[in-house]
Design a protein around this ligand. Structure first.
Ligand code: SF4
Length: 432
């Protein structure tokens, strides 16, 4: 049997797309293997969101070529979309794909095998018009499934390379999203996670007035759907209808990821983010009032060009006052091609390191305070895996990572089980 191996970097969307490409190979009779076996084809799905993403992608490509010198090497994803020639120039790379046309991956492999010449099948993403549909993913585990509903972004925040790698907003047709969600529920999945590059922009490109609220209304009506978890949403996208659905539907998980990026008004303006800290706080207050036990997680960038010590102090203080359940902290990464890359007053690496340390301290304290506030409450755990000792691991509806002892409630845990638990400190998994 021909073997294929995937190496995936980056976000949930990349993970979902690697699984989708893997399904194409399975459907063509390939066997999916990991590094321990020598594959006939190795696919590296790359990331470029930060400088680190780019260098990690190059490292992963070189490592794969060194480990599997006889294998056919395909490089796809965001890094190869913005730098196809650079990737094709790496000796040992056979085929380069970007962030579209991955559905043709097997066709392109045949083409390169025939021509015996490395090739980059990367089109201009700025002209992309359609959402790329993939065949339904058939996974072993039947617990949580990713459902990609949107591609691209039209926003061009000053620091962000994503619109250059992913192109304009393309929404999946509501009927196709509904059909796949129905199949997932029928297949026994307990939780569906809606993913995309900018799901809050869902429908911007569709006729008929579609938006995310409209799609959610469609999906929450699926009989047997237990949990619907939303991917990252921008604070400006919480229109009244969306708020209403999130607060009234028992299916939608009380966990929202809403990037703040900075708690300084001045820095948000330079980032070209369309809200102020006060707007953001008003939204949080509304959400916490209308969704009991809500967990809000966020992203914060420190060391953005021109961020003064006072701006940073403001950001620390603001973030500490938001009752976040989790904060992903990123040092600003200068990405060529973005507006901010040319800004004066780039912050030094030394200062960034210190500011990351300080913001991560706020993140730790916020997460501990949130966990403490949930102790003693009865939560529902979706068991995602059981280890060799019989200990179960999974997530609560508000996305706390928990573990359940083998002997708890008679044990015999199975993936896919939903368990009501009165949350105690021993259930909480240590933060990654
Ligand atoms: S909204 Fe801004 S940060 Fe998010 S993907 Fe689009 S450009 Fe990047």
């Amino acid at each position: 049997m021909v073997k294929v191996c995937f190496i995936t970097l980056g976000c949930k969307v990349n993970q979902t797309e690697s699984e989708a490409m893997a399904q194409l190979f399975r459907n063509a009779g390939y066997q999916l293997v990991d590094f321990r076996q020598i594959p006939d084809v190795v696919v590296i799905n790359t990331c470029t969101v930060t400088n680190t993403g780019g260098s990690k992608s190059r490292q992963a490509i070189r490592r794969a070529i060194k480990a599997f010198p006889e294998s056919f090497v395909v490089v796809a994803g965001c890094y190869s979309q913005i730098a196809p020639a650079e990737v094709l120039g790496i000796p040992g790379v056979d085929l380069v794909l970007g962030t579209q046309d991955r559905r043709q991956i097997l066709k392109w492999i045949e083409y390169v095998r025939k021509t015996k010449k490395p090739y980059a099948a990367v089109r201009n993403i700025g002209q992309a018009q359609d959402f790329e549909e993939f065949p339904q993913i058939k996974e072993e585990s039947r617990t949580r499934a990713m459902l990609k509903i949107e591609e691209g972004c039209n926003r061009f925040c000053a620091y962000c390379i994503i619109p250059f790698a992913r192109g304009p907003v393309r929404s999946r047709l509501p009927g196709n999203a509904l059909a796949e969600a129905q199949k997932l529920v029928k297949a026994g999945y307990r939780e569906i996670v809606l993913t995309g590059i900018h799901i809050g922009a869902y429908g911007e490109d569709l006729a008929g007035g579609w938006d995310l609220a409209g799609l959610l209304k469609l999906l929450i009506g699926i009989p047997g759907l237990h949990r619907l978890r939303l991917g990252s949403l921008e604070s400006v996208e919480f229109k009244a209808e969306l708020m209403e659905i999130i607060s009234s539907s028992p299916v939608i998980c009380p966990h929202l990821h809403i990037p703040l990026q900075s708690g300084s008004r001045q820095v948000l303006t330079k980032m070209q983010r369309p809200y102020t800290p006060a707007d953001y706080r008003d939204l949080l207050e509304k959400l916490f009032r209308s969704v009991p036990g809500l967990a809000v997680t966020t992203d914060i960038i420190v060391g953005f060009p021109g961020e003064s010590a006072a701006d940073h102090a403001q950001s620390l203080e603001f973030a500490a006052g938001c009752n976040f359940a989790g904060i992903h902290v990123f040092p600003y990464s200068q990405r060529q091609g973005t507006l901010a890359a040319a800004y004066p007053d780039q912050v030094s690496g030394r200062v960034k390191v210190q500011r990351v340390k300080e913001m991560r301290q706020v993140a730790r304290e916020s997460q501990e305070a949130y966990v403490k506030s949930r102790l003693g409450h009865t939560v529902e755990v979706l068991v995602e895996r059981v280890d060799a000792q019989g200990r179960a691991f999974g997530h609560t509806e508000n996305y706390l990572a928990v573990n359940l002892a083998p002997e708890l409630k008679g044990g015999n845990w199975e993936a896919g089980q939903l368990v009501a638990v009165r949350l105690a400190p021993e259930h909480i998994c240590p933060p990654k």
